[in-house]
Ligand binder design. Structure first.
Ligand SMILES: CC(C)(COP(=O)(O)OP(=O)(O)OC[C@H]1O[C@@H](n2cnc3c(N)ncnc32)[C@H](O)[C@@H]1OP(=O)(O)O)[C@@H](O)C(=O)NCCC(=O)NCCS
Length: 204
């Protein structure tokens, strides 16, 4: 069953994030940081966070926002003390993380071509590994697209790795996403920006 996420789901969302995005920058900042990071997806009026629950267990989530540029600036201003506190262990070990965090928060959506007020950003989607390939990702993404359209978005955009990421790319293409842009992130990762036109999807 797919439903809107509640604050009580944050622990499960963080666990699923850590299992799905092992080795990624945000995961490296730790569970406490991730709780704060995801909080606004649940509570901000432009946030959209959905979970899939199977037999009482939360096994997947999709999180994103409408009008990402303004959302990320707002959430960083609102939450920066907690975000920094949440990632303190990592920041103490490597102070450069702080600059990277600020740069990401303030420039991430606007550094790509998307970010308009009628655009939704799918920030994360993940399913627990033992529940992969049961169409849960597909159902979560469908629900996210519906919800974004109902919140006034006319397109959904996302970024994903271009290399060694065939499954995820096949997943998004099957769901109707097209390549909008290729770029190299400032960390040197080869990336795709993918987009799906919600108006066109509605008439198909
Ligand atoms: C991406 C993810 C959410 C997909 O969830 P899922 O529930 O396993 O996916 P589904 O069962 O709904 O799969 C739907 C489609 O994905 C593609 N897919 C799934 N497994 C695949 C595989 N092993 N190889 C190629 N394509 C695959 C197929 O197109 C599939 O459709 P089909 O079964 O009709 O061929 C999941 O793999 C995941 O959590 N990955 C880790 C986190 C992540 O990378 N998220 C994306 C960040 S950009």
């Amino acid at each position: 069953m797919i439903r809107k996420a509640l604050p009580d789901d944050l622990g499960d969302i963080v666990t699923i994030h850590m299992s799905g995005f092992d080795g990624f920058f945000l995961s490296s900042l730790g569970p406490s940081f991730l709780r704060t990071f995801y909080m606004d997806f649940l509570t901000d009026e432009n946030g959209c966070c959905l979970v899939d629950v199977e037999d009482g267990r939360t096994v997947g989530f999709a999180a994103g926002v409408i009008d990402p540029s303004s959302y990320f600036r707002r959430t960083f201003r609102r939450r920066w003390p907690r975000l920094i506190l949440g990632s303190l262990g990592r920041v103490v070990k490597n102070p450069a993380v702080l600059a990277k965090l600020a740069r990401r928060a303030l420039t991430y959506p606007s550094s790509s071509s998307h970010g308009g007020s009628d655009s939704a950003l799918l920030s994360s989607i993940a399913v627990l590994p033992e529940f992969h390939n049961r169409k849960i990702g597909e159902r979560l993404l469908d629900a996210f697209l519906e919800e974004s359209a109902s919140m006034g978005a006319s397109e959904v955009v996302l970024t994903t790795d271009r290399h060694r990421n065939e499954k995820v790319i096949a997943f998004y293409k099957k769901m109707g996403f097209d390549v909008k842009r290729v770029f190299t992130s400032y960390e040197g990762r080869y990336m795709y920006e993918l987009a799906l036109d919600l108006d066109r999807r509605a008439v198909q």
